[in-house]
Ligand binder design. Sequence first.
Ligand SMILES: Nc1ncnc2c1ncn2[C@@H]1O[C@H](COP(=O)(O)OP(=O)(O)OP(=O)(O)O)[C@@H](O)[C@H]1O
Length: 521
Amino acid sequence: MTTAPQIVPRSADSRPETSFGSAPALEMRGIGKAFDGRPALVEAAFALEWGEVHAIVGENGAGKSTLMNVATGVYAADSGEQVMNGEAISPRSPVEAAAAGLGMVHQHFRLVDSFTVAENVLLGLGRKSTLRSPAEAAALISAKSAEIGLPVDPHKVVADLSIAERQRVEIVKVLLLGARILVLDEPTAVLTEEEAEALLSFVRRLSRAGHAVVLITHKFREVSAFCDRVTVMRHGKTVLSGAKVAEVSETEIALLMVGETLTVSGRPDSIPGPVCLEIDGLSLHAGEHRQGLMGLGLELRASEVLGIAGVGGNGQEELVACLLGLERPDAGSVMLNGEDIATADPRRRREAGLRVIPADRFATGLIRDMSIADNLALTTVADGAAGGLFFLNRGRMRLAAERAIETFDIRGAAPERSAALLSGGNAQKVLLARELDDGMKVLVAHSPSRGLDMRATQFVRSAIRKAVEAGAACLLISEDLQEVLSLSHRVAVMNRGTIVGCRPAQDVTPEWIGALLAGHA
Ligand SMILES: Nc1ncnc2c1ncn2[C@@H]1O[C@H](COP(=O)(O)OP(=O)(O)OP(=O)(O)O)[C@@H](O)[C@H]1O
């Protein structure tokens, strides 16, 4: 049986108990890397010590992942040098990097869903491994999992695992491959608060045991509470190299990240008008992994932002799925300007003026393998704006994409580039460019700034703000309370599949929200 991980935040005395070497764990100097002639890294540098947790922060597209992809052999650098523990290395693949002691857990996991954990690890270890069967791999996984205090069941099928469990499998896999330097790319973006805390505590324990850990993150709290040093990247360059976290303030880091001051966008300057969206008695049965909806009701007015606060997993996904038309509710109505669209097809909803920014940009928003121009044209093909009935007017699509790229400041983008190559912030901007069109009357925005850096967050919020000031209505569903409070005219709280309270934003108090979230009011 495994025991719950202990919480081990950064403390004054966080020196490692052991070390894997006397030379620095990793030194990268003068690293350059371009994609299609566009520079992603320019003379980037990074220095990592054994026994530390080192944060790399920077805006979306700053080059954090690319730098670590170079370190771990995913990409070959165009220039620069890399020294690990005093020895020059230039891994040509992630397996080679791991064999040298450098492993990375990516934002998107690389596991085969239909295989068990043991089979996946066996596959990941490759042909050079001495392991011959899943049973041998299972024994090794159990031993490693117990040694490092990270619960993993080797016999489970990956498809049945939660996101946090899959992430633990990836970590164990990388450590079994021989990693002593572990790179985690935004590991907590996909976790609940509790899971994130457990993971970060594990990271601290790992560093105390002598490993070096690189944590790519957008969250300042993680930097200040769990990291020893911080490196800041901007536009492919290292603008702060390995500063001690205790010696640099969050404001200083933020300013280095953006290179200028940002204006904070607040609530739209608009007076709510007539009701344009009225949801009544919306019900959807619960499932194995979902809460369902329990007779949910709400009213949204034109020129208004109604923020829905709540802990994730309380029906938010289901509400968005019902509004998108991906789920058919068991009961209830969704009146959009007098028309019940509860069972209408997605095209009719669009014609009625409904637009949706889903929480998962790529699952229900953009198509990863299609170009930016094609993604932008997805919703206009049916109405003829992208050409005639039997052909697509590529020239028109290209022009529309060029306009969107300019208006929405989609960096590093060209119409024909694949959406898969966009950073999180830029992918969100493509979605906004498509959804915030002239026909929009009601925007449903689900966690619109999740995983985005400060600048992209401000961009998204000010785009919503402008749309609402121009007369649109916005249903803002977000687990980020700050986001809800800063943008909304009214705040509703969602719990167990229904709205449990609603107030004008100025009357919201932490006690009121707290009581509703906890189900006490
Ligand atoms: N395989 C690739 N092909 C083309 N361009 C790429 C590729 N990988 C990254 N880029 C580009 O390199 C730049 C840096 O991207 P990178 O993913 O390293 O940024 P990041 O700081 O990790 O951003 P985020 O916080 O959004 O993950 C971006 O402009 C991105 O579009």
